[in-house]
Design a protein around this ligand. Structure first.
Ligand code: ADP
Length: 294
């Protein structure tokens, strides 16, 4: 073991001790480096199979909000969500411990089943758009302050926040910022103002897994009640979702005509998140969308 691995191993032993009150025997462990900045490990114990992720503790409350989001999704009992064991802080590191989802082959009607389940999740509604706590999208703060109007929520709490951050960080020009704000004013004419839908909030293929039965399981949510089309649009940004998924979704909770034309508008939000997290490579896509709708 290198020193670094040894240090991480000791940290994991501390987490296990904190949660079990004794030191369980680690039968196997495997590091994951898939996430953006969190480290993660699979721990096999006699007590069960666990997934623990952690970071340097510089994102206040991140894992608490993730744990609460997992709980909200899990309570709907619509689809498989790993159950949370605990979250906490040990010295300078924050961690989240949950059930490990063993990879298993997708069942035959996986995409159809997933589409139906996502639609049923989105049928869970709330009086307003938002959530009772703020959370994160990637490493960036996401405000979920309640608002009655879904499009206003999308503009004020999502798009304008990222546009403002990009301007502040000098990732976009004041001119581009002005154009993004101007487009926000036009959104009520361009998007259907639907009732709030419970969203996973970060639904790309990296957060889509299988449960032991080969059915869909979702991880790493950034939940809120919002416009469901924004979630569907995001699934198309990096792809990987089959046609049967969209067809089955539409059968359970039909989408208004013209959705394809609206996708770029919704994806301005994740695109601006990517601009802020990863830099200017995503700006040409933003520019293209702005030109299309100006
Ligand atoms: P990050 O918050 O750093 O993006 P994720 O929660 O997305 O980390 O986890 C990174 C990867 O680890 C996921 O893409 C998935 O492959 C895997 N993963 C996440 N949660 C679990 C789990 N409960 N069981 C098994 N694998 C998981």
């Amino acid at each position: 073991m290198t020193f670094q691995v040894q240090e991480q191993y000791q940290f994991i032993e501390k987490i296990l001790f904190e949660n079990f009150g004794y030191e369980p025997t680690i039968q196997d462990f495997q590091f994951f480096y898939g996430g953006n900045f969190n480290l993660a490990v699979r721990i096999k114990l006699q007590e069960g199979d666990f997934f623990i992720k952690w970071n340097q503790g510089d994102h206040e409350g991140m894992f608490e909000t993730e744990a609460k989001s997992l709980q909200i999704l899990g309570e709907t009992q619509v689809l498989t969500i790993p159950s949370v064991v605990n979250f906490g802080k040990i010295v300078d590191k924050d961690y989240l411990m949950m059930e490990f989802l063993s990879p298993s082959p997708r069942k035959d009607n996986y995409w159809r089943d997933f589409g139906q389940k996502l639609a049923r999740l989105h049928l869970h509604s709330s009086a307003k758009h938002g959530l009772s706590f703020n959370n994160y999208i990637g490493a960036l703060a996401q405000s979920n302050e309640w608002m009655s109007d879904g499009i206003a929520f999308f503009a004020e709490k999502r798009l304008k926040v990222q546009a403002g951050l990009a301007l502040y960080e000098r990732r976009i020009s004041p001119e581009m910022h002005g154009r993004l704000v101007a487009l926000c004013e036009k959104l009520p004419q361009l998007l259907p103002n639907e009732k709030p839908a419970l969203l996973h909030g970060d639904l790309w293929s990296g957060n889509v897994m299988t449960d032991a039965q080969g059915a869909v399981a979702l991880v790493d949510p950034s939940c809120y009640y919002g416009l469901r089309e924004a979630e569907l649009a995001f699934t198309t940004m990096f792809g990987g979702f089959e046609t049967a998924f969209y067809e089955a979704y539409h059968e359970v909770y039909p989408i208004e005509n013209g959705f394809g034309d609206r996708i770029p508008l919704y994806n301005l939000y994740p695109l601006m998140v990517h601009v802020n997290l990863f830099g200017g490579g995503y700006l040409s896509a933003v520019e293209k969308i702005l030109r299309k709708f100006e």
